[in-house]
Design a protein around this ligand. Structure first.
Ligand SMILES: Nc1ncnc2c1ncn2[C@@H]1O[C@H](COP(=O)(O)OP(=O)(O)OP(=O)(O)O)[C@@H](O)[C@H]1O
Ligand SMILES: [Mg+2]
Length: 164
């Protein structure tokens, strides 16, 4: 992982040279996550959203295979008593599908929700605490992390305080 380009407690970005760096960033981020948080993962096909989620899950202590939820819409994990829902709404065609799928109850104070393609679920989807945007840059990826709520700010603040 290379050094950050912008320095702010509530918003920062960095370059990830290869997929091992995406995994590493996810593992690092996992240290600051707790039940009740919702994360949006924004980015084109192949931008690295699932890879990042894999890193988060490994960081939380999940050591098995992490499948992409592209076909099942959601993969469910329970780690140390906390539910972790990994969604991928790429296949949604209209916003009502989100409501009909019955996922609203999954977003609660007992769970961590990570959402790929949140824009496909529209305005009905609960708002994120953290918004992570990945984009392809050369042979690597750029990631921008932004806090959208007080809880999200606390995560990034703790991260910032841990830096050397
Ligand atoms: N920092 C990186 N540099 C180069 N390649 C990367 C990086 N991070 C992840 N990749 C690679 O990008 C490819 C796509 O990753 P991934 O499946 O995580 O994308 P995605 O955003 O989830 O795509 P989709 O929208 O199709 O679900 C994988 O081969 C992965 O190894
Ligand atoms: Mg994916």
């Amino acid at each position: 992982m290379h050094s950050t380009e912008t320095e702010s407690v509530h918003n920062f970005s960095c370059y990830l040279a290869d997929d091992s760096e995406t995994l590493k960033l996810g593992e690092k981020l996992s240290t600051y996550l707790h039940a009740g948080l919702t994360l949006y993962l924004i980015g084109d096909l192949g931008a690295g959203k699932t890879t990042l989620t894999r890193g988060i899950l490994h960081g939380l202590g999940y050591s098995h295979t992490v499948k992409s939820p592209t076909y099942n819409l959601v993969e469910i994990y329970k780690i140390s008593g906390v539910y972790f829902y990994h969604f991928d709404f790429y296949r949604f065609n209209d916003y009502l599908e989100w409501e009909e799928a019955g996922f609203r109850d999954y977003f609660n104070s007992e769970s961590i929700c990570v959402v790929e393609w949140p824009e496909k679920a529209g305005d009905l989807l609960p708002k994120p605490d953290l918004r992570l945007a990945l984009s392809i840059l050369g042979t690597g990826r750029k990631i921008e992390l932004r806090a959208c709520t007080e809880a999200g700010k606390q995560c990034l603040k703790q991260w910032e305080n841990q830096k050397d």
